[in-house]
Write a protein that binds this ligand. Sequence first.
Ligand SMILES: O=C(O)c1cc(=O)[nH]c(=O)n1[C@@H]1O[C@H](COP(=O)(O)O)[C@@H](O)[C@H]1O
Length: 294
Amino acid sequence: MSGAQTASPPTRIRSFGERLDAAFGAHGHLCVGIDPHPYLLEQWGLPGDANGTRSFGLAVVAAAAASGRAGIVKPQVAFFEAYGSAGFAALEDVLAAAREAGLLVIGDAKRGDIGSTNDGYADAWLTSGSPLEVDALTVTAFTGVGALAPLFDRAEANGKGLFVLSATSNPESGALQTARTGAGESVSRLVADGVAARNTDRTRLGDFGLVLGATKRLDDYGFTADSLRGLSTTPVLAPGFGFQGAEYSAIPHIFGPLAPDVVVSVSRSILQHGPTGLAAAIDADAAQVGEVIS
Ligand SMILES: O=C(O)c1cc(=O)[nH]c(=O)n1[C@@H]1O[C@H](COP(=O)(O)O)[C@@H](O)[C@H]1O
């Protein structure tokens, strides 16, 4: 054999935005939350322990993958964390199963700290081969969008994404998030503009998105029609449907120009159908979402 070898070009890592766009195209916009509330474990006939959360999570992953109409899942870390190391072991199994099934995984851990600590979170959640590897992570910017730089950088390098809380769905969010800065913009918008600025290639769906609750009027949170247009190509993670009161039919009205890039996230109102009704509930909700976002 000759010593001369042709070097193969390095494989380009697909960005999170590209993969999210592909998931939208192949499966639609529905994201099924994996929230193993203790009352749901009981309702599903599962033990109220880490094994229960594992069985619950694996069942949701299997149903989403089998339906083909939900290409994204969002495990809520809190309900696994409640069982300590055994809960994290269960979460690792659920994440591995979701990855194996080809689902896009948004880890809902709402991390965010000073920059040097965010490096640790990037190691844990956004690094290929890490036990808790996900495709995208929810984070808070209370320490400042700039403090998230290690997470943005690592996500970009590894083909991962972030969803940063901007206008959250809970009733208490307004006092803080609608507060105005010295320059007169709302805290929600300050965060949104900072995140959008990290999406440098505006010709494609970005890797960095915003959490905008579907229960809110975005103009109350300081977003004008123009500012929403300026956020185009920034993906949106939208919780608040079902149990929190928002309806799928309102998506175009709530999100305006951002509606085509919305991840429609729903947990309890699908999960309450139990293991036997889950598949039908996913199909029914996906059909409704498909009618408003094509
Ligand atoms: O980041 C989130 O997903 C999130 C942000 C937000 O503003 N509101 C919100 O409800 N969530 C999460 O979305 C899920 C909503 O659950 P359901 O109300 O059961 O659909 C929970 O896991 C919440 O923690």
